[in-house]
Write a protein that binds this ligand. Structure first.
Ligand code: C5P
Length: 211
């Protein structure tokens, strides 16, 4: 086990989660998927019928929301949750709430544990001083193809053209928002994940072994 902090940023469906999962097992790091936190807020908004277009209503909901876990669940992966998550992620007060949770959580364990954290702004905003910052790059078409296959494999109905459109839309939202847009963080290493997973992790494992 290494007491290191590794950040992984990248666009939707770039394989960040799969890479982070693998690295957490291989290097015995705690895995924090920041997307799950935005998704949990989105699910809470749906369950509690919050009108997220009303700033005042959304602010009260966020202020009172306590993250009790950040486990990924199937119900967090629906398109409806994805859409609301990326809509609310544009607000500073939403991002501050998520970032505070992440910082407290990591702060509590970092003395005895290493971390791998994935998201959109982890190396650029939340943990700028991480030991290793990665940015995962995959073409839009490859991301849409992989997401489509994932959904088909889990017996979910899906239409390729629709998936492509939705990923494009999320890219636009993530990259063009004023606060913490998706960028290649300063000092990050760009990893091409268009090829085989084994090739990608070989490169990353080499980088980690040098830390
Ligand atoms: O990574 P995932 O697709 O699960 O994230 C869901 C949504 O949450 C993203 O589309 C993005 O808008 C938002 N997000 C973010 N910053 C992060 C992680 C996720 O804005 N660090």
């Amino acid at each position: 086990m290494k007491n290191i902090l590794v950040t992984i940023d990248g666009p939707a469906a770039s394989g960040k989660g799969k890479i982070a999962n693998y690295l957490s097992k291989k290097w015995k790091l705690k895995h924090l998927d920041s997307g799950v936190l935005y998704r949990k807020l989105a699910l809470g908004i749906i369950d509690e019928k919050i009108n997220f277009n009303l700033d005042k209503e959304l602010k009260i909901f966020i202020k009172n929301y306590k993250f009790n876990s950040f486990k990924s669940q199937k119900k967090l992966r629906t398109e409806k949750v994805s859409k609301i998550a990326s809509k609310i992620a544009v607000h500073k007060f939403v991002r501050n709430h998520v970032n505070l949770f992440q910082k407290n959580f990591v702060g509590r364990f970092i003395k005895n544990h290493g971390f791998v954290i994935d998201g959109r702004d982890i190396g650029s905003v939340v943990f700028k001083n991480a030991d290793l910052k990665l940015y995962i790059d995959v073409s839009l078409v490859n991301r849409a193809k992989r997401r489509y296959k994932q959904l088909i494999d889990t017996n979910e109905k899906s239409i390729y053209a629709q998936i492509l459109k939705e990923i494009k839309l999320r890219d636009k939202k993530d990259k063009s928002r004023k606060i913490s847009p998706l960028v290649v963080p300063n000092g990050a290493i760009v990893i091409d994940n268009n090829g085989k997973f084994t090739q990608t992790i070989k490169i990353i494992n080499t980088l980690i072994s040098k830390l």
